[in-house]
Design a protein around this ligand. Structure first.
Ligand SMILES: [Zn+2]
Length: 92
């Protein structure tokens, strides 16, 4: 499996992904949830995320609520193919 797992202040990424800023920011988003939720993070986010990674409850992996939360914290958005992108900032 290719991707990352966040636990507390640590993120474990598949080889080669540490240079992908979207993956790093996504995992930082999970870290933020962990910091806010404390011990509730594992049952509320960790376990559902793990189950989503295995069973793919949504067509696009990043449509699952835990992944949307992480993307929001990381200012990311995903395309219909499941690729992460930095959210575009609209300027005047
Ligand atoms: Zn995630």
């Amino acid at each position: 499996m290719r991707g990352g797992i966040s636990l507390g202040y640590f993120a474990f990424l598949s080889k080669g992904l540490s240079s992908d800023i979207t993956v790093v920011r996504h995992e930082e988003g999970h870290m933020w949830d962990s910091k806010v939720m404390g011990p509730l993070y594992l049952p509320l986010v960790g376990l559902p995320s793990l189950l989503n990674a295995v069973f793919r409850f949504t067509g696009n992996y990043y449509d699952f609520f835990t992944e949307r939360w992480a993307n929001r914290h990381g200012a990311l958005e995903s395309d219909p193919q499941g690729n992460l992108h930095l959210k575009q900032v609209k300027r005047k």
